[in-house]
Structure formats: structure tokens, C-alpha cells
Design a protein around this ligand. Structure first.
Ligand SMILES: [Zn+2]
Length: 270
């Protein structure tokens, strides 16, 4: 089953020797892409002001500082459109929301729905808690431990590891639950978060309004095709992304030299 668009599915193990994915992202005319993404990390909940949460959020900020100026961004240039050239991005100062907690109490933990997240994000924009929206803004909302995100009636860890979405076709955001469950764990908590966040980041750049680059055959976005791949880049665990021009999962442009990404696509067992 193909999950709803924008959702990062859980990684399922593959049998050895499975062929590399074959895919083709196709641009839907007029669709939106982010040419010079400005990421605003939002750390929601008191956890992020504690010792552990503060250290983790600093590492996530460092991940964005690196990845937004990396070869992975350069690779996305092939998904430029007639009106927008995709280049490198920048991280804006992160925001910590300590005066509220995401979601409602539920048995065994808390749950936050996508509609609650949209309401909260719009209030933060309206009252200036977060920077105002520009045509390049991407809000990246990090949830604290033990909070389940619910989107389109399916939930994090059970059905997905993270997702991205939009409000009114001009507010773009991604949601990253604290990923410790088996289908969303890729090592340390930082590894898991950077793997999933790199997937969401690239999808939010190439398909922020869910109307731009997608494989029409499968409905998959750039990250979905390569969901079972990982590699180290700058010390961070990231996910490779689909390159039409290289016909492979990759982490840099073809012009950057021979890529070993294809074999990583083939060999990766999760
Ligand atoms: Zn995805």
C-alpha cells in the first residue's frame, strides 16, 4: 500500500538482491518548489529545555547548518522549475516553545493531530513567536518523546516516521516525532532524526505544496523512492534521494564525480 503523499513510511526489510528502484519524478506544471529554503526548527515542549533536549536540539541545528550547504542540496538543482532555481539553503534561528505541550493526554502517552499542529503553527506565526512566512520558509516541528503524531487518521511509529504538509498552499512545514520505535530507528536518536529529517527536507523543497515533483506511477516523492537507503554525509546519517538524471538514489550531483550511491541503494539492508 502506498501511504498518503507527504508521509514518510516505516522502513521495511528487503530480501537480498532486490533490484535498485526504478523511478521517474515528473514535474506538474505550475507546481511550487523552494529555491533557497529557510529552515526554522521549532522544538515544541518542555523536554527541549532540559539538559538532554537542549543538547539534542543543538545537534539538530548543526545538522541543518551542514546539510543545507551540502552536496545533497546541489543535487536538487535538477528539480528546478521554469520559475525557480533550486540552490542551497539556510537555517534560521531555532525556536523553542516551552509554554505549551503538543497534543492531548491519551493512554500511554500523548497524541497531537495534524490539525492541532496547524492551529499551533498559525498562532506562532500570528503572534511573532516564529519568523514570518516567506516564499522559502520551511517550519520543521520537532515533537518531544512519547508524543504520537496523527495525520490523515494514521499515526507515527505505527504507520510513518514523519511527514510534511502545507497550509493554504503557502505555509510549508514538516513534523518530526521523537523517533525511537523499531521502524523509525536508525541508530542513535540523532541518527534517526537526521535520516528522517533529510527525507522530509528534500521532499519539502521539491514538493512543498504537494503539487510539484512526484512519480505519477507510484505517487512517491523524492524521498519515498529511496526510503530504505542511508549514508554518512558530514558525519550525519542521512537518506539518499532519487535523482532522475543519475537514475539512482544519490547524495550529490552527477557532476560531482562518480557516485557510489547506486550500490548503496542496492546493498542497504535495514
Ligand atoms: Zn516521503
Amino acid at each position: 500500500m502506498i501511504p498518503p503523499r507527504g508521509i514518510v513510511p516505516l522502513v521495511k526489510s528487503k530480501a537480498a538482491g532486490v533490484a535498485a528502484p526504478s523511478a521517474q519524478l515528473v514535474y506538474q506544471s505550475g507546481g511550487t518548489v523552494l529555491g533557497a529554503v529557510e529552515v526554522v526548527p521549532i522544538y515544541w515542549g518542555a523536554y527541549w529545555s532540559g539538559t538532554e533536549g537542549a543538547a539534542l536540539s543543538a545537534e539538530i541545528n548543526g545538522f541543518f547548518d551542514f546539510i543545507l550547504t551540502s552536496s545533497l542540496m546541489d543535487m536538487l538543482a535538477e528539480y528546478s522549475t521554469p520559475t525557480t532555481t533550486i540552490g542551497r539553503g539556510v537555517r534560521l534561528p531555532s525556536v523553542q516553545i516551552a509554554d505549551s505541550e503538543p497534543g492531548d493526554a491519551a493512554s500511554g502517552g500523548r497524541q497531537v493531530t495534524d490539525s492541532q499542529i496547524q492551529t499551533a503553527l498559525q498562532s506562532w506565526i500570528a503572534n511573532g513567536t516564529v519568523p514570518a512566512v516567506t516564499s522559502n520558509t520551511l517550519y520543521f516541528i520537532y515533537l518531544p518523546p512519547n508524543v504520537t503524531a496523527i495525520d490523515q487518521s494514521i499515526q507515527s511509529c505505527q504507520d510513518f516516521c514523519g511527514y510534511h504538509n502545507q497550509i493554504n498552499m503557502n505555509i510549508f512545514y514538516a513534523v518530526q516525532p521523537y523517533a525511537t520505535c523499531s521502524g523509525c530507528s536508525f541508530g542513535t536518536i540523532l541518527d534517526s532524526i537526521t535520516k528522517i529529517s533529510s527525507h522530509e527536507l528534500c521532499e519539502s523543497i521539491t514538493d512543498p505544496a504537494l503539487n510539484a515533483w512526484v512519480d505519477p506511477t507510484t505517487g512517491e516523492e523524492i524521498g519515498d523512492i529511496c526510503n530504505d537507503t542511508t549514508a554518512r554525509l558530514g558525519g550525519y546519517l542521512i537518506q539518499l534521494e532519487w535523482s532522475n538524471s543519475q537514475n539512482a538514489c544519490a547524495l550529490k550531483p552527477a557532476s560531482a564525480g562518480a557516485s557510489s550511491a547506486r550500490s548503496q541503494c542496492d546493498d542497504r539492508q535495514v
